[in-house]
Design a protein. Structure first.
Length: 202
């Protein structure tokens, strides 16, 4: 039979072991909580910063896509205005009016002979760009969409004609979606160059 004193010693030893285990478990939990408190904010910051960079890339992609569509569309204007009117001066106007009759927006083509100048008139260029950017040519919708993308102020659009080539440039400022350090907006510029259709002397 185990003596009373021996049982008491065994109980004390068990209690010490149990308390030691509990203390160790509490220390580990506290350590995990501390690590989570340090790592989680850093992870969230990096995630939001990376998401902000992707947001900039997405906006640039949308602007470039619209710029390419605008340039391709404008490159066809000389054909409408010159080649289709060789035999009959009214043919191009009739065809363009027909095209306009089947589209909601009237800004996807122009009877203006802008290609005979060194620069594209701002009215023709902006109408065409915003028509492709929003699908309906509504400039207010375009400004609202640009603002949501992070574009600050107005976008500067310009177009030049040289040796039968059309060059379009879009310049704008863009802020980061997640701007913890209050950095200045980015100065961005995108360019597209296409050849004008239908002008033999070019």
């Amino acid at each position: 039979m185990m003596g009373k004193e021996a049982k008491e010693k065994m109980n004390i030893a068990k209690n010490i072991t149990s308390n030691s285990f509990k203390e160790k478990l509490l220390r580990e939990r506290a350590s995990v909580t501390l690590e989570a408190a340090i790592i989680l904010p850093i992870f969230c910051f990096l995630f939001m910063a990376l998401n902000g960079v992707f947001f900039v890339f997405s906006a640039q992609n949308q602007v470039m896509h619209t710029l390419v569509q605008t340039a391709n569309s404008l490159s066809l204007d000389p054909y409408w205005n010159e080649k289709t009117g060789v035999e009959n001066p009214n043919v191009s106007i009739i065809l363009q009016n027909f095209e306009r009759s089947i589209t909601q927006d009237k800004s996807f083509s122009s009877t203006e002979s802008w290609h005979k100048n060194e620069t594209v008139s701002s009215g023709v260029l902006e109408d065409r760009f915003y028509s492709y950017f929003t699908g309906d040519g509504n400039k207010l919708s375009a400004y609202t969409k640009l603002k949501k993308l992070g574009v600050v102020g107005n976008m500067e659009l310009s177009g030049t004609v040289n040796n039968g080539d059309l060059t379009l440039v879009a310049k704008y400022k863009m802020k980061f979606w997640f701007n913890l350090f209050k950095t200045e907006p980015l100065d961005l510029s995108q360019k597209v160059k296409v050849h004008l259709w239908g002008l033999e002397d070019y």
